[in-house]
Design a protein around this ligand. Structure first.
Ligand SMILES: O=C(O)CCC(=O)C(=O)O
Length: 276
């Protein structure tokens, strides 16, 4: 069972030209592989600008569109596990914000649809309503990478501790959230939420943002790797860059043994349960 590996989070610049986005992603994935990454992860909406007015235009079916073709090929050519950020997905005339995961052979390993849609209203800050155009997913999705269980969430999902806890209860050691926070909530919540999810669940948390752009939805950036102690071990700035983490899963074993909160939970009094 693999316990040590290098992860790469690709904080890429995303623009309006889909082909250019795919070319840029493929180039950065190959660079991450050259630098020794075994797992490479892309940001939320890496093939299209982020915004409700763009989802319909950029939506593709999975796994048959150009974005999935690029992802499958890149995973195979580089022989890596590839968390393909998210793309707007169309199925039966419905749209979803969906994360795909690809094996080193280029096979689709997992597909997760954002479960908590980003509907918030902060006067003078940010108003966003994904539910105007998107449907929510209804399923937790994990994948296995050579014996390591990884749970998937997307951006706003990281605000929901229950989702993270259910993944931990199912044996996950890593949670991955492609995400694109903004200039209002990013500075105050992005790092803290990930540290919270990591420490509460004694897991690694990887969160991958697009690089900051000049117009439209301005992404916060600051892609981040947090260890099971809640420590931020690597954080990006806001421009295009790849950040790397040499992940040692014995950190999960250590904290789980030394601070055994999961055997100390008062499940006679409370619990987090999956209803469906
Ligand atoms: O929760 C937030 O503040 C930002 C969430 C977000 O940008 C998203 O879900 O795409």
């Amino acid at each position: 069972m693999m316990r040590l590996f290098r992860a790469a989070l690709v904080q890429m610049q995303v623009g309006k030209d889909r082909t250019q986005n795919l070319v840029n992603a493929a180039k950065l994935i190959a660079e991450a592989k050259c630098d020794g990454a075994k797992l490479v992860a892309l940001p939320e909406c890496f093939n299209s600008p982020y915004g409700t007015k763009f989802f319909n235009e950029y939506a593709e079916s999975i796994p048959n569109g150009p974005t999935c073709e690029m992802l499958s090929k890149a995973a195979k050519e580089n022989s890596i596990y590839l968390v393909g950020g998210t793309l707007p997905e169309r199925e039966n005339n419905k749209l979803y914000n969906t994360c795909t995961v690809w094996s080193p052979k280029g096979e689709l390993l997992a597909k997760y649809r954002k479960m908590h849609l980003f509907d918030i209203d902060i006067p003078g800050g940010i108003t966003f309503k994904e539910s105007d155009v998107l449907q929510a997913g209804n399923e937790l999705v994990m994948f296995e990478m050579e014996g390591i269980k990884v749970g998937l969430g997307i951006c706003y999902d990281m605000r929901f501790e229950e989702l993270a806890k259910l993944y931990r209860l199912q044996g996950c050691e890593i949670l991955i959230y492609p995400g694109a926070f903004n200039m209002t909530t990013g500075p105050i919540h992005w790092e803290l939420l990930q540290r919270g999810r990591a420490l509460d669940n004694q897991v690694f948390v990887f969160a991958i943002s697009p690089a900051r752009n000049e117009q439209g939805y301005i992404a916060w950036g600051h892609s981040q790797i947090t260890n099971p102690w809640g420590k931020v071990t690597t954080q990006a700035g806001h421009s295009q860059e790849i950040i790397y983490g040499d992940i040692d899963l014995s950190e999960c074993d250590k904290i789980r043994q030394q601070i055994p909160i999961f055997t100390q939970r008062r499940t006679d009094i409370y619990d987090t349960v999956k209803n469906k």
